[in-house]
Design a protein around this ligand. Structure first.
Ligand SMILES: Nc1nc2c(ncn2[C@@H]2O[C@H](COP(=O)(O)OP(=O)(O)OP(=O)(O)O)[C@@H](O)[C@H]2O)c(=O)[nH]1
Ligand SMILES: [Mg+2]
Ligand SMILES: [Zn+2]
Length: 293
């Protein structure tokens, strides 16, 4: 028996890596009954007589786990958002940020395809950029056609397990190819008729890079708040978290309460209106999800 990390999951197989290499394994027979689903990133005990017929015997406790993309034990998430094709969505970015905050994962905001940015949108993107920087998030601008931007991203990946997450077509796989040209991962032009990607990447895989790992993942466009309660949402907004003690009422939800420090900060421009609007939308969404059950 040995210990290793799942670096890829595909067609019912788990690919487990240890110091001797990678072993193709199946899950132990009783996993399904015990509702155990091994994830990429998991540390496992496995048994393998050869490279292709191993068995994952048990899964160690996880530091964290994401449902979309399905991956465990991630330290950092590179949230890839293209400025164009598909166009930037601050709503989706705020959703992602809440998920990584709730899972104790450090986010890096990567604004990709900056070569496509038209002059008219530059001002808007700069405003977003400084909003998120002011919240304490790292923001990196990249284009696979500008080597210096790829090199600016590289140091963030050293010695860590990072996941590249974002909508289909934003250029996650392209960025990994640019960082590590021998990878040659499949990428695809976005569909002109749909205006979005065609889901080129279909599985999650950990790739060794800079003495760490990066996970390429399939893109997705929706992300719900399963497992996140409306009243904890404010904890995942740095600008609300830091004002928590300034609201008059303990447990203030920053919606209808008087003497709310968050609403005061919106009034005087210290909190971005779009962040708060999204907050209201998310609270509403979580509540209506609840009502459905
Ligand atoms: N102009 C420009 N195009 C890019 C850039 N990065 C990626 N693309 C293009 O965007 C398209 C989609 O790129 P992918 O890397 O397949 O996107 P992805 O995020 O991996 O998509 P999924 O695997 O479907 O989730 C391809 O046609 C790329 O050539 C960039 O920096 N600039
Ligand atoms: Mg891809
Ligand atoms: Zn408040």
């Amino acid at each position: 028996m040995s210990r290793g990390r799942i670096v890829k999951a595909l067609s019912g197989f788990y690919y487990v890596e240890n110091e001797d290499g990678i072993f193709q394994c199946r899950g132990r027979g009783n996993f399904r009954k015990r509702k155990i689903t091994p994830l990429v990133g998991d540390w496992v005990e496995f048994e393998a007589e050869n490279r292709t017929d191993g068995y994952v015997l048990s899964v160690e406790d996880r530091q964290n786990e994401l449902i979309r993309p399905p991956i465990a034990n991630v330290e950092q998430a590179v949230l890839v958002f293209s400025t164009e094709e598909p166009s930037f969505s601050s709503l989706l970015l705020d959703r992602f940020l809440i998920h990584v905050e709730a899972n104790d994962i450090d986010p890096i905001i990567c604004l990709s395809k900056v070569d496509l940015l038209e002059e008219e949108q530059q001002q808007m993107m700069q405003t977003y950029e400084s909003t998120y920087r002011d919240l304490g998030y790292e923001v990196v601008n990249t284009s696979i056609y500008l080597d210096e931007t790829i090199e600016a991203l590289r140091p963030y990946l050293a010695n860590k397990v990072s996941v590249f997450a974002g909508q289909s077509g934003v250029g996650k796989s392209s960025l990994l190819n640019a960082l590590k040209p021998d990878l040659d991962i499949e990428t695809n032009p976005i569909s002109k008729s749909l205006g979005r990607g065609k889901h080129t990447t279909r599985h999650v895989e950990l790739i060794p890079i800079e003495k760490g790992y990066v996970a390429d993942t399939p893109g997705f466009s929706s992300l719900d708040f399963e497992g996140i309660e409306a009243d904890e949402l404010g904890m995942y907004y740095p600008e609300m978290r830091e004002r928590l003690n300034d609201c008059k009422f303990r447990g203030c939800t920053h919606i209808n309460e008087p003497k709310c420090a968050v609403k005061a900060a919106i009034e005087n421009g210290e909190i971005a209106q779009h962040r708060y609007n999204h907050y209201l939308q998310f609270v509403e969404e979580i509540q209506s999800q609840k009502r459905r059950y």
